[in-house]
Design a binder for this molecule. Structure first.
Ligand SMILES: *Cc1c(COP(=O)(O)O)cnc(C)c1O
Length: 223
């Protein structure tokens, strides 16, 4: 568990350096520590090292770890970053501070309904499929602007920004730049982009949130 504190310190230094290169203030960049598949003890080790913002892919896994930690850690912030089924929308609204994976009209409608029923409004990010990859979640690039308008006007959702996962192959930089430009056109401040392998490039391209998992918690065992 000592590793987690040391890994966090190293990631924070790298965030600092990337922000400096881009002439940005590193305080503009929030580190989302992605704890999926790792036990609550790992989350506690990270909390002990001063980390407060966490990301989880699955609502059920998040629900099994995080609500119990909240009373002792009031600064804790939970982001749901994985593909969300409409039948999990209500659970997600109940436990999350931010939902980063809003990517289709059916989910927008389900989240609007869940927010009304729960009396809780987590911030939302719209996930854009920046590589227009058929196997990947996210709204298609060409439909993103219309979808954002519908989220705000039709469903009155608290959309604060954009999220993307660029293609695994090739240079992520043009994808990050594309997302930044879309956010600027749409007047959105939050840009969640960059993971363990590419968060420094994402910061250079304007990321306000980087989602780092394995570089903090180690390899994931899905067995
Ligand atoms: C797992 C995951 C991450 C973290 O990935 P690492 O490569 O382990 O840093 C970031 N974003 C999303 C959406 C993920 O599912």
């Amino acid at each position: 568990m000592d590793d987690i504190g040391a890994n966090l310190a190293r990631i924070r230094e790298r965030i600092e350096a990337a922000a400096h290169r881009a002439r940005r203030d590193s305080a503009e960049v929030t580190l989302v520590a992605v704890s999926k598949t790792h036990p609550a003890e790992s989350v506690l080790a990270a909390l002990g090292a001063g980390q407060t913002t966490f990301g989880e892919n699955r609502v059920q896994e998040a629900a099994s770890k995080f609500p119990a930690l909240r009373p002792g850690h009031p600064a804790l912030r939970l982001h749901i970053i994985g593909g969300l089924q409409t039948n999990k929308a209500r659970d997600a609204v109940r436990i999350a501070d931010v939902i980063e994976s809003l990517d289709r009209p059916k989910l927008a409608a389900a989240l609007a309904d869940a927010m009304e029923k729960e009396g809780r409004r987590p911030s939302l990010l719209v996930q854009v499929n920046v590589g227009d990859e058929p196997q990947k979640a996210g709204i298609a690039r060409a439909g993103a602007a219309d979808f954002l308008r519908a989220c705000r006007e039709e469903w009155n959702l608290p959309v604060e920004g954009l999220m993307c996962i660029p293609p695994a192959e090739g240079d992520p930089r043009p994808h990050f730049a594309w997302l930044r430009e879309l956010a600027a056109r749409e007047g959105l401040r939050t840009l969640s982009m960059g993971m363990s392998a590419d968060f420094e490039i994402a910061i250079e391209e304007g990321a306000t949130h980087v989602r780092v998992g394995s570089a903090i918690f180690g390899h994931r065992d899905y067995a």
